[in-house]
Ligand binder design. Sequence first.
Ligand code: AMP
Length: 366
Amino acid sequence: MSVLAFNAGSSTIKYSLFAGGSMELVAGETLEDPPANAVEKILAAISARVASDPVAAVGHRVVHGGRHFRESVRIDDRVLGLIGSLTKLAPLHNPPALRTIVAARRALPGAPHVAVFDTAFFAELPPDRHVYPLPYEWYENPGIRRYGFHGISHAYCSARAAEFLGRPPAGFRAVVCHLGNGCSATAALDGKPVATTMGFTPMEGLMMGTRAGSVDAGILFYAMERMGLTRMELFDILQRKSGLLGVSGVSSDFREVRAAAEAGNGRARLALAIYSHSVRAAVGSLAVALGGVDALVFTAGVGENSAELREEVCRGLECLSLRLDPVRNRSLRPDADLAADGPGGRILALRTREDLHIAREAMRGL
Ligand code: AMP
């Protein structure tokens, strides 16, 4: 039997097919700008393989589970309706997941389909970490709270860090920096989240490719009232035209901004400096939330691949007993321990495996 994991984003669909027993990856692909019949195409591509090894369960990444979903759930019509009702909280992400679920249930009606939520990992965040200092009534209704995102990656990486180091999860303190197009950082103790940077929406926290991350709310009023921006223009700027792109004017892609900085572009250099400071500041705050760090984890496109960014972030973290070994940092590939020898915390580059986490969750109910 095999397990299929779908990860439908705002502009891509990824799929991974695992052999159910060993959880070995046997097929997978990312479709950019997927066509309406993407699921059918994917199933056609793996049809020979699943003819001999049928799909026993299908896992679907769903970004926002709102207050309804605190853990993965088997999908039925009621669950589908609830996920649909959360579209207003994640307008870019929940709709493609819904379309994928509907198509996949139609094509594979015999297998259980399981929704795996990015917010679920953070359902247990303590109240003083998820209630905003706003009128309390807003928390009660309509439910404005810190939900947190990238939870599938943070759950996988915090558990993987302990496993990689051969440490029991109990008492293990990890700070995970997920640095891709979207960026967030989470502190986890005993494999459970203690604090995270993303909030009610995935716009809060660290500077990202096109998103500003946290900014003074007063700027938004100023932009609307004094600069005459409409609500939609402001949303577009905060969501698509800020971050690395907004400051550098070059690109939202970390590699391109880096190349421009190396070629002498001052704004690209400034963008990278703001970016690394944003991560370093978050690590400091999350380390304090844990009372120390056993493992600082870098993951996702930038975190896994940019030795320069890791070096920049770790400059100044010696005060937390986190010391990067510059040679290991530049020569080792994930999964790897990049810290200098000694008694301090470990610094890991881990390849995030959201697909594996989704597949494991789908298998759990079988
Ligand atoms: P993700 O969202 O995890 O796919 O990450 C996308 C980001 O990772 C983009 O900003 C890429 O520029 C960045 N990235 C991918 N590969 C590398 C690399 N080899 N070095 C630096 N950044 C990279």
